[in-house]
Design a protein around this ligand. Structure first.
Ligand SMILES: NC(=O)c1ccc[n+]([C@@H]2O[C@H](COP(=O)([O-])OP(=O)(O)OC[C@H]3O[C@@H](n4cnc5c(N)ncnc54)[C@H](O)[C@@H]3O)[C@@H](O)[C@H]2O)c1
Length: 255
């Protein structure tokens, strides 16, 4: 019996086979789930091609999480493939390069606003759009990079992650009465497209394997994907508003 047997899941954020979301989708299918993916714009065909590398076919539907029409149409687009959802994965992040890379003080509001809308407010947008399908409750899981600290070069994306983490707690408050849990996985650095688009990303990941009591492999998204799968399962029935660290233990260490 699989951890996610019979679950119907909506998984955002599959861009390449390095994407954290790709490995979540792969594990979810291996554990018995039925998966619907989202993508948008020029990335759509790439996601469709990458989806062919999953163990089982997975339909891809259009969702730009900043587009009101896509959000309004989400439930109907999902219903073309599954009649309800048990889980939703938010694996979305974007900030213009101008607000990352070590020039925090020069950040301009228009670019900061984009980072906040795509990377933080989108969790609320996605949750509200998917809620009509979560008729028997369920689990929403997102991905963060520990926003308790000021990191090298992460800059306004770090501020967006702080807003994202707070958003998850307010969603946990407001969706709990409907039986919907909202939790995050705080991952250590993994070399994905989003990570490599951060100017100076090597300054963020530098020294991580040495600082992690369990060690850390920046090329391996599997531990992070496993934690997401666990939070999607029935094995955290009384956990919401939580952030589970999957970082080799770095968050718990002093200098
Ligand atoms: N890679 C890391 O080191 C790391 C560490 C901790 C947390 N995270 C988080 O994991 C999540 C997934 O990122 P990843 O590292 O797998 O990179 P990725 O580049 O593979 O995935 C990012 C995804 O965001 C999607 N996206 C961007 N703008 C969007 C929009 N407007 N609407 C819908 N989707 C949009 C992209 O299509 C892409 O699929 C992000 O939230 C990221 O911040 C990554």
């Amino acid at each position: 019996m699989g951890l996610l047997d019979g679950k119907k899941l909506l998984i955002t954020g599959v861009l390449t086979d390095h994407s954290i979301a790709f490995h979540v989708a792969r594990l979810a299918q291996q554990e018995g789930a039925e998966v619907v993916l989202t993508s948008f714009g020029r990335q759509f065909r790439l996601t469709q091609a990458i989806a062919k590398r999953l163990p089982a076919p997975a339909p891809v539907i259009e969702l730009d999480v900043t587009n009101d029409e896509d959000l309004a149409a989400l439930a109907d687009r999902v219903r073309e493939h599954v009649d309800h959802l048990d889980g939703v994965v938010h694996s979305i992040g974007f900030a213009p390069q101008s607000v990352m890379g070590g020039n925090f003080l020069a950040g301009q509001w228009a670019d900061v606003a984009t980072a906040l809308e795509v990377s933080a407010f989108s969790l609320k947008s996605l949750a509200v759009a998917a809620k009509p399908l979560m008729t028997s409750g369920g689990s929403i899981v997102g991905l963060t990079f520990d926003a308790s600290f000021a990191w090298p070069v992460y800059d306004w994306m770090g501020v967006a992650k702080a807003a994202f983490e707070s958003t998850s707690r307010y969603l946990a408050r407001d969706l709990g009465p409907d039986g919907i849990r909202v939790n995050l996985v705080s991952a250590g650095p993994i070399r994905t497209t989003a990570a490599k688009s951060i100017p100076g990303f090597e300054k963020m990941e530098g020294g991580w394997p040495e600082r992690a009591p369990l060690g850390w492999d920046q090329t391996n998204p599997e531990p992070t994907a496993r934690a997401v799968a666990a939070l999607l399962s029935d094995w955290f029935p009384a956990t919401t508003g939580e952030i589970v660290h999957v970082d080799g233990g770095v968050h718990a260490m002093g200098l």
